[in-house]
Design a protein around this ligand. Structure first.
Ligand SMILES: O=P(O)(O)OC[C@H]1O[C@H](OP(=O)(O)OP(=O)(O)O)[C@H](O)[C@@H]1O
Ligand code: HPA
Length: 177
């Protein structure tokens, strides 16, 4: 059933079951790659809060979790300027940092994050994202773990918002044509 948020209509796109399956797969892959060490998962607020919560429940090896707050989107488009609103006050020298994003769209946010963590002397810097829009991506930075590739259309739900609304939806909706 379609829903209305502010002035726009959205239609169902990805079910809660498909989301859980994709997150479970990412957790399994990362666990296979990093079970020998203690990675620090860094969720990118606000959007990633739901992905991180579900991801952590599927990741069974020792790990730490922290959050950073970045923002670049206004309404349904990127401002091309990424601001860091809350940082991490932990020494990450020599640690494996795995970013957990809800979505990589233009790539502006992951580019900014890579710069930020490079300066902190981390051992490995990896990126995991639930959603990826290949047609919108403008960067050369490798995305290490991708849940679901989606077309270049605005989505909401499961942490993702349209001007603040829709983050609490347990499934994902796509902007109606
Ligand atoms: O690849 P990009 O074009 O940079 O887009 C991806 C970023 O955009 C969204 O965050 P947003 O800036 O909307 O902030 P929010 O997480 O608080 O909604 C999303 O959560 C990603 O962090
Ligand atoms: O499609 C999207 N929806 C919500 N927020 C976003 N931030 C980047 N892309 C999107």
């Amino acid at each position: 059933m379609e829903i209305k948020l502010h002035d726009k209509y959205f239609v169902p796109f990805i079910s809660a079951q498909e989301l859980d399956f994709a997150i479970q797969n990412m957790a399994k892959q990362i666990e296979d790659d990093f079970a020998e060490e203690i990675p620090v998962f860094v969720g990118v607020l606000n959007g990633a809060f739901m992905v991180v919560s579900d991801f952590m429940k599927h990741y069974t090896a020792p790990c730490e979790v922290s959050f950073i707050k970045m923002a670049s989107y206004e309404g349904t488009s990127s401002t091309n300027e990424v601001k860091q609103l809350i940082g991490i006050n932990q020494d990450l020298t020599g640690r494996t940092v795995i970013i957990i994003e809800d979505i990589v769209d233009t790539g502006n946010t992951v580019e900014e994050l890579k710069e930020l963590f490079k300066k902190q002397g981390v051992k490995h810097f990896k990126i995991a994202t639930l959603f990826f829009k290949p047609e919108a991506y403008k960067k050369d930075i490798k995305l290490d773990y991708i849940g679901i590739r989606i077309p270049n259309k605005f989505i909401v739900g499961f942490g993702l918002d349209y001007d603040g609304l829709g983050r609490n939806l347990p499934e994902v909706y796509q902007l109606k044509d």
